[in-house]
Design a protein. Structure first.
Length: 146
């Protein structure tokens, strides 16, 4: 879990994707496959009826796709919401809204703003679509001891 921000925030992935065109018609749609990564982070075979909450992965991908100010403030809002309300909904909703607002105000690249917003809202929608609950990707230390 502690490596997730590095996996999601691979700046070389952003540099390897070519989103240089201003017009949407010329943007290669394959570059938006970054959203598939967040979906792949959700599934686990560990337990039935559970999805893993890709907290670190989303923060790392945000750091790779957005300017530093947007990534920093959205991380602070996300983590504060998680600790304050102890709910994944506040992590993803707060961070997503921070990205939307700050990305718009600070003039972030629109071609990267869409996928970054999607990174926050896919984990919000996934539990409703699948009927599963989000869980932290950590070991359960409360089990029986040997």
């Amino acid at each position: 879990m502690w490596l997730d921000p590095l996996r999601g925030g691979a700046w070389w992935v952003k540099e390897s994707l070519t989103l240089e065109s201003v017009r949407w018609e010329f943007v290669p749609k394959v570059d938006y496959s970054l959203l598939v990564g967040v979906i792949a982070q959700l599934y686990t075979r560990r337990e039935e009826g559970v999805l893993l909450a890709p907290l670190g992965w989303v923060l790392g991908a945000t750091a790779a796709l957005m300017p530093g100010e947007v990534a920093l403030v959205s991380a602070i809002v996300s983590i504060t919401g998680l600790f304050a309300f102890r709910n994944f909904f506040t992590f993803f909703m707060g961070g997503g809204l921070a990205v939307v607002f700050l990305g718009w105000v600070l003039g972030a690249n629109v071609l990267w703003l869409g996928p970054t917003i999607g990174l926050y809202f896919v984990p919000l929608i996934a539990p409703f679509v699948t009927g599963k609950t989000l869980e932290l990707p950590t070991r359960d230390a409360s089990g029986p001891t040997k």
